[in-house]
Every structure is written in structure tokens, then in C-alpha cells.
Ligand binder design. Sequence first.
Ligand code: DX5
Ligand code: ZN
Length: 224
Amino acid sequence: MIELAPSILSADFARLGEQVNRAAEGGGTVIHVDVMDGHFVPNITLGPQLVRSLRKATKLPLDCHLMIEDPDLYIPAFADAGADWMSVHYEACRHLDRTLNLVKNHGLQVGVVINPATPVGTLEEVLDMVHHVLVMSVNPGFGGQKFIPSSLEKVRKLALMRTARNANFRIEIDGGMAPDTIGQAVRAGVEVLVAGNAVFGQGDPKENAQRLLKLATEATLQRV
Ligand code: DX5
Ligand code: ZN
């Protein structure tokens, strides 16, 4: 099953509830929440308080993508605020196994994220414990960047690794998803498509989400 995860990074924060619900009407089934600390990435976004408000505005699962250093310090607060999925960067965790377990022990669906320059092979030892693997297809920090095509090969490799070890994680991609890139991602094996700018950047989030999902669904028919 293919899911669209609208990323609120490009939404109008003054009308967030309304925009998120519009994207959900268009078929978005997971709300992607980008948390940035100004250290791990050169941008600052939002904290647990906004997640708490969002929790009241939508019933959809909130997918918190932590682009922060020392995630262990903040995982409890985001869990308490109402996160459902939570992913941490391989590059930000000195003790990745411990951090993934911490997320799990808070009752959340745990994910691991890799930057464009990080090879998928480095995740071998944690693939059996995660609910999703998030492949960054841009360097994290900003919405509206250009898709990095080499991420498709990483998605294909991950899908093969999953089959080889009979694992169950979902493959998510984040960055540069737009009408001209979404089909390639689906054909490579992506199941959860994050899209910020393409949903909230301009026009109606409902229509944008519908269009992206239509293209994604058509691409499933062309998978080889
Ligand atoms: C980037 C974020 C993304 C971002 C993607 O650091 O992790 O989730 O919102 O934005 P688009 O879809 O605009 O490339
Ligand atoms: Zn993200």
C-alpha cells in the first residue's frame, strides 16, 4: 500500500489545522512533522508544543522526523505530546540501538533515517527492529529542494535487504517529491512518500495531494 505523508514544513503555520485537514481530504494518511534544532541541520522549526496542538487538530498518525542532536533528551516530550511514528538520524545517534529502543519503549513506531551520503548497508544491524526506514532524498534542513536521484538506488537496495532477511519495515522517502519524481520513487519500492512543497507550497493542499497520490498509484502498475 502506498501512503502519502504531507510534510507540514511548507504549510502556513498560522492555518495549520485547516491545511492539514485539507491534505487529509486529498488522501494524505500520515502527517510528517519535521523537527529541526539549528545544530544537526541549519534550520529551526518546532517542538513538542506544536505536536500537542496538531494532535488535537487531526486523528491521523503524526510522523515526527527528528533532525536534532541528542534525540534521547527530547524523545519523551515528543511522545507525551502525541507523536505516533518517530524517526531519528543514524548520523545523530552515537548509540543508535539504544535510541531506537528508547523510542520503542515509549510505545511509538520507530524509524531510522539516513542522509544522502550515508550508505544503506550501515543499517544492516537495526533493520529487524524498525517500523520504517526513511531515505533522505535531499540534504535535510529545508523544504523545496531538488531531488537527489542516487537515493533511488538506495531504496532498491533496501527493498532487497528486506527480502533477504524477511524483515517488515516500510520504506519512506523524504525530499523533492513532486509530480515529476514521485513515480520513480514508487517504482523503486517506496511505500511512504513525504511531500511538503508539492502539497503545501502553492494551490490547494487537497487537490495537490490527490494529484500526487494518483501519480503514485499509477506508478505501482508499472513496477518491475
Ligand atoms: C527536509 C524535510 C522534509 C521536507 C521535504 O529536511 O525533512 O520533510 O519537508 O520537503 P519537500 O517535499 O518540499 O522537498
Ligand atoms: Zn522530513
